[in-house]
Design a protein around this ligand. Structure first.
Ligand code: GLA
Length: 385
């Protein structure tokens, strides 16, 4: 939605002009999948696809929320913030407000119009973008000096404990802390991070959504979390570790015998994926894009064969990409079971890539994939209108 249209919609709904625009980003993850909740390093980047909130203080003790494409206004009373957990829309916002208030930030009444351009259910973290943008809006209006890292943590808490989705920290961190043309190498056990230029020269990242209808992603995600926890507990009996990410591949192979079939596969993915992140960052820093592409492919195979979170659609989409001579590597990103892939593709070949991969995907699956025009941008922005 154009800005002028959003401003018009705001005026029509709330009867006044919006005064601020708060935004936070959707994300991709270059590599490091299903390791954030195992203390591993991840390598996400913030996108131009974003949650935009047009906003104005309203001088009342309520937060009013309107969403593009959804009729009606959701009203949150600032002294009843614990009572909105079951809302279909507005629960992320309420959760963020609830935890901010609990941590001492007063929630100032405001009217908020959400124009989220991160496609829902795409694995590009629309929920994190909504949470983080909301957290920024409330913090700004409260006049509280905030650290974007803290807002990411509060946003994750809202998603875990208020909305009841047991995600790790990667999405909210990338959404808040992303930096234009950089990926963030984030250590999920300490929250230490480093920005690495995402310099791909004559190549770029193509983001494609397999458009598989969403089903049971959360419950399958929770099963994986439980499986790696089982692995950790078994290994702890012989090794003093706090998280699977602390094991090198060699150390893991020594203790693998302790784990039963499926549990061993899950843990092997985590340990090897952590090693791939380090190798991928080195390759990128050296400008070795062929190696980076190879590691992306390895990551996908591991998510397919060991972690088992891909499925026919993501496997087909990434395999078709890999067949292209101007594609250096391709893999699923995010939780999996549906959602997006990223592929490293020569800039001059992108149009043909989309045409051929898109066409062959349709022939194989029976519905279309979507390809997004993306760029890597800052995480959070605040603008006075
Ligand atoms: C989802 C979660 C993240 C992370 C990824 C898998 O996006 O929200 O915390 O676990 O899946 O890497």
């Amino acid at each position: 939605m154009e800005r002028s249209e959003a401003l018009k919609a705001f005026y029509e709904i709330f009867g006044a002009e919006a005064e601020e625009l708060f935004t936070a980003a959707g994300r991709i993850n270059v590599i490091g999948e299903h390791v954030d909740y195992c203390g591993g390093k991840v390598f996400p980047a913030a996108l131009n696809l974003r949650c935009n909130i047009y906003a104005k203080r309203n001088g009342e003790n309520v937060v009013r929320i309107a969403l593009r494409g959804i009729d009606g206004v959701i009203v949150l009373e600032t002294d009843k913030l614990d009572s909105y957990k079951t809302l279909k829309y507005g629960n992320y916002q309420a959760g963020v407000a609830y935890f901010l208030q609990k941590s001492g930030t007063p929630i100032v009444g405001c009217d908020l119009f959400y124009d989220c351009t991160v496609p829902f259910g795409s694995g590009l973290s629309s929920s994190a973008a909504i949470e983080v943008a909301t957290a920024v809006a409330f913090s700004e209006y409260a006049g509280v000096k905030y650290d974007k890292k803290e807002l990411a943590v509060i946003s994750q808490r809202a998603e875990n404990e208020y909305a009841g989705v047991n995600c790790g920290i990667m999405d909210q961190f990338a959404s808040a802390m992303g930096k234009k043309d950089h990926a963030v190498l984030l250590d999920c056990s300490t929250l230490d991070y480093e920005y690495v230029p995402l310099k791909l020269g004559e190549y770029c990242l193509v983001v494609a959504n397999c458009n598989k209808p969403h089903n049971l992603v959360e419950s399958k995600y929770n099963v994986r979390r439980h499986e790696v926890e089982t692995a950790l507990q078994a290994i702890k009996a012989v090794k003093p570790i706090e998280a699977l990410s602390q094991l090198s591949v060699e150390e893991f192979l020594e203790v693998k015998y302790l784990l039963s079939g499926i549990i061993a596969k899950r843990a092997e993915h985590v340990v090897c994926e952590c090693a791939r992140v380090t190798a991928a960052v080195e390759a990128l820093k050296k400008g070795d894009l062929v190696e980076l592409g190879r590691l992306l492919n390895e990551s996908h195979y591991s998510l397919r064969d060991l972690y088992e979170v891909t499925g026919k659609e993501l496997d087909t989409l990434s395999a078709l990409a890999r067949k292209e001579k101007d594609c250096l590597g391709s893999r699923m990103i995010g939780a999996g079971f549906g959602g997006c892939t990223i592929s490293i593709v020569k800039k001059t070949a992108v149009d043909g890539f989309i045409k051929r991969v898109g066409g062959a995907y349709y022939d194989a699956i029976g519905y279309r994939a979507s390809f997004y025009e993306t760029s890597i941008e800052d995480g959070v922005t605040v603008e006075k209108l």
